[in-house]
Design a protein around this ligand. Structure first.
Ligand code: PLP
Length: 373
């Protein structure tokens, strides 16, 4: 057998749409001894992790835990548990991830009413109220807080009032906002939310924090049919995650990833939620100023802090520039997704990556690459 060289990944600066750069403290946490998934010491770590998730999500929801799997597993968990075959739902689509939510809902047997605006734009309260009025039988509305494919920032305030008056639930994709943008699950009346570890929490990918409100639990408890996914069935998962003394085996939780998430949340709370959001905002403004000085234009009107999506100037081979950034400067940024493929760059300012030093490094590298082309 040929010998295989030892693992030696380069230390890249990860400034794409995720994963973001992982700080050493979190990598060290992953390397701690693996415990059994019912070991009392591990259970304590898990409970602390769920408690910190509630703080970061700004919720009292008891049913708050990390789903095993990446952000898409969280999306799927929310959808398959809250949607029953035959349910009518509304899904807001302004990019790739709203489209995926629709696909997931249809697979779960829902009749989906898609509310669409052009990519890069966001939804107004009036548009949402009109859709709710038009579809009085709908039971849930799904919307993306931070559309990573376009960089658009959706305002969520005021939506829950409209939906709850119509006996509908609000389900939110917060994969690229948790830990980078203001996100108030209880104050904003969000009934189900999912996120991912590898974006603004600065962890490796592998867990998807979710949270369900008492309203959402009521809907799940009233189901007539079983959740079609055994692995993601919250009625089974809660016996492990929320099980107290009667905790029972469902699947082997990814122990060392929970260590990583626990460390990541500790770092978030040490910094403080408000300070963290302020840092992401400040870094976004710094990056934005620099990109605009280079002549690059933002695509969305309401840009996220955490994901900066700019048009590629005419005549520039966007993939060649990204390749050069990676090979010559060890910096990763993202290309366009979906209809923006070949037309946009997506620059992440997430968690540990969102620093002045990184932004200055990136801006001067982009400037060099654009001069040479
Ligand atoms: C990244 C992302 C996802 C999917 O997460 P994965 O970890 O890639 O499975 C879902 N929604 C949004 C908005 C994202 O940015």
């Amino acid at each position: 057998m040929a010998t295989i060289a030892s693992l030696n990944p380069r230390e890249r600066l990860l400034m794409g749409p995720g994963p973001s750069t992982v700080p050493q403290r979190i990598l060290q946490a992953i390397g701690a001894p693996t415990l059994g998934h019912l070991d009392p010491q591990y259970i304590e770590y898990l409970d602390e992790t769920c408690q910190m998730l509630r703080e970061v999500y700004q919720t009292e929801n008891l049913l708050t835990f990390p789903v095993s799997g990446t952000g898409m597993a969280g999306m799927e968990a929310v959808v398959v548990n809250l949607v029953e075959p035959g349910d009518e739902v509304i899904v807001c689509i302004n990019g790739v991830f709203g489209g995926r939510m629709k696909d997931n809902m249809e697979r779960a047997g829902a009749t989906v009413h898609a509310l669409e605006v052009p990519w890069g734009e966001t939804f107004s309260q009036e548009e949402i109220a009109a859709a709710v009025q038009k579809h009085p039988r709908a039971k849930l509305l799904g919307i993306v807080h931070a559309e990573t494919s376009t960089g658009a920032h959706q305002d969520l305030t005021g939506l829950a009032e409209i939906l709850h008056d119509a006996k509908m639930l609000l389900a939110v994709d917060a994969v690229t906002s948790l830990g980078g943008h203001e996100l108030k699950v209880d104050a904003w009346g969000i009934d189900a939310v999912y996120s991912g570890t590898q974006k603004c929490l600065a962890c490796p990918p592998g867990l998807s924090p979710v949270s369900f409100s008492p309203r959402a639990i009521e809907k799940m408890d009233a189901r007539k049919s079983k959740v079609q996914s055994w692995y993601l069935d919250v009625s089974l998962l809660k016996n492990y995650y929320m099980g107290g003394a009667g905790r029972a085996y469902h699947h082997t939780a990814p122990i060392n990833m929970v260590y990583a998430l626990r460390e990541a949340l500790t770092i978030v709370l040490e910094e403080g939620l408000e300070n963290r959001v302020a840092r992401h905002r400040e870094m976004h403004l710094l990056l934005r100023g620099g990109l605009e000085r280079l002549g690059l234009e933002y695509i969305p009107q309401k840009s996220l802090y955490t994901l900066n999506c700019v048009s590629v100037p005419n005549g520039i081979d966007e993939a060649a520039i990204r390749r050069q950034l990676l090979t010559d400067y060890d910096i990763e940024i993202g290309g366009g997704l979906g209809i923006f493929a070949g037309k946009a760059w997506r620059i992440g300012l997430m968690g540990h990556s969102a620093t002045r030093r990184n932004i200055n490094t990136l801006l001067s590298a982009i400037e060099r690459c654009l001069e040479i082309k």
